[in-house]
Write a protein that binds this ligand. Structure first.
Ligand code: GUN
Ligand code: FE
Length: 431
């Protein structure tokens, strides 16, 4: 029981009430990990059986659990690495850090702490990059499966331009990916993503292999990085001199498509944006990372509103990103969009990190909506979580204002509880 809020479609404006469902006194009836009834509490209560346990979260908000569409679990210990842009940051901090994941025990420890942290921040689903090591993906999936979380992940494929300790080969990258798919894809709620890290760290032979994997498994996600930084783009052009542009490299190897997730997409030409749009590919907006690494300003409104619009997701990109919270992420996103002369209203923000990301990841039939029959992944938000928020709430009059306050001042402290497949998951975590 609580104030339930979920989205039906993109909210065109702040008064576009039919874009969302809000119940001041709402109820969600949960059984077998799923939402089986929802609506006004009084109606839902009538459908509840005798022994139904009642949990009262009033006056807090109940929303679909947040979704983070691009994050690197092996980068927990390099957040706040000072002073570098993308390629130096990768070489100085990221690749050396990821070599540690050759050790399976290290991977298991960080996977556990990583999923603790995402849940504590209200995120119930991530699309995660593991390290190059098969064991890191095994650790991640085992931890995710034990928690019954719906997560998407893959071992990165990378066979050049990085230290020996984080390289595979075209054949071993293919074989390990195949074995991981066989073991984990569709096991419980686990989903595998074919994950060539980016064009710079994959040889043409490995890109061919990634393309073959996508053809052999058309139902799987593919995730990679695209057009994040000028030096990265120039180096890619040098490595693939025949390509029309960066996007063309992925296009050439058959990596575009409706389940393809491209992190960053900051410096795209119109041709590249057309190619992504025509193929139904997803551009992933990572505001805290793009600001932290000085990569640039993602043009959210241009991509949304062009003749051939892009499908857009949002994400933390931890450890290039600087916060696990999707609230903090949308706050930075709001500022990036403001710098491009536009405003994202609070309903649009909350649509994006729930239903919007679920649609972008093609899982909106399972999560992100609170609709009957979907999985009971829920976040409970408290807009009075801190003294400053409590004080500001004294003057808040509308739901839109409350959501904008949550986005502007909220973080893990505003997350009172999280349900994963119907079970309390935040209060479970020892801090
Ligand atoms: N490009 C290739 N690898 C990475 C990574 O780990 N983080 C970011 N932000 N960009 C990348
Ligand atoms: Fe990334």
């Amino acid at each position: 029981r609580g104030r339930t809020l979920s989205f039906v479609r993109w909210p065109l404006a702040i008064d576009d009430h039919s874009a969302w469902r809000y119940e001041e006194d709402g109820g969600l009836l949960i059984s077998g990990g799923r939402i089986v009834a929802s609506g006004a509490y009084a109606d839902v209560e009538k459908q509840a059986g005798e022994g139904t346990k009642k949990i009262d979260h009033r006056p807090h908000l109940l929303l679909p659990g947040f979704i983070d569409a691009h994050v690197h679990f092996p980068q927990m210990q390099i957040i706040a690495s000072y002073g570098a842009e993308l390629l130096d940051w990768l070489n100085t901090y990221t690749f050396p850090e990821e070599t540690k994941f050759a050790n399976a025990q290290h991977g298991r420890r960080i996977a556990r702490l990583f999923l603790d942290e995402t849940v504590r921040h209200g995120t119930t689903t991530v699309a995660a990059y593991c390290s190059v090591h098969k064991a890191s993906a095994e650790a991640f999936f085992a931890e995710s499966h034990a928690r019954d979380m719906l997560n998407i992940a893959g071992k990165v494929m990378m066979d050049r331009n990085a230290p020996e300790g984080v390289l595979d080969t075209p054949q071993s990258g293919y074989d390990d990916t195949k074995a991981l798919i066989a073991e984990w894809h569709g096991k419980g709620r686990q989903l595998y993503a074919i994950t060539p890290r980016f064009a710079i760290t994959s040889s043409p032979e490995q890109m061919e292999m990634a393309g073959a994997l996508c053809r052999e498994h058309p139902d799987l996600h593919m995730q990679t990085h695209l057009s994040e930084n000028h030096a990265e783009i120039a180096f890619t052009q040098q490595l693939y001199p025949w390509s029309r542009d960066y996007t063309d490299v992925y296009e050439h190897y058959g990596l575009l498509g409706k389940k393809s997730l491209f992190g960053h997409c900051i410096h795209l030409s119109e041709r590249e944006a057309d190619a992504l749009s025509d193929s139904g590919s997803v551009a992933v907006f990572c505001p805290t990372s793009n600001l932290f690494l000085g990569s640039g300003l993602f043009d959210y409104q241009r991509f949304r509103c062009r003749d051939k619009p892009l499908r857009i997701a949002t994400a933390t990109d931890v450890g290039g990103g600087t916060n696990y919270s999707m609230l903090r992420t949308m706050e930075e996103g709001y500022k990036v969009i403001a710098l491009n002369g536009e405003k994202l209203n609070p309903f649009q923000s909350f649509w994006q990190i729930t239903r919007g990301n679920a649609e972008a990841l093609s899982v909106a039939d399972r999560i992100g909506t609170l609709e009957d029959g979907t999985d009971a992944d829920i976040v409970v938000l408290d807009a009075r979580a801190t003294p400053a928020m409590r004080l500001r709430m004294e003057t808040v009059e509308t739901l839109a204002q409350e959501l904008f306050l949550l986005q502007t001042l909220g973080d893990d402290r505003a997350v009172r509880e999280v349900y994963v497949a119907g079970r309390p998951a935040k209060s479970d975590i020892a801090i």
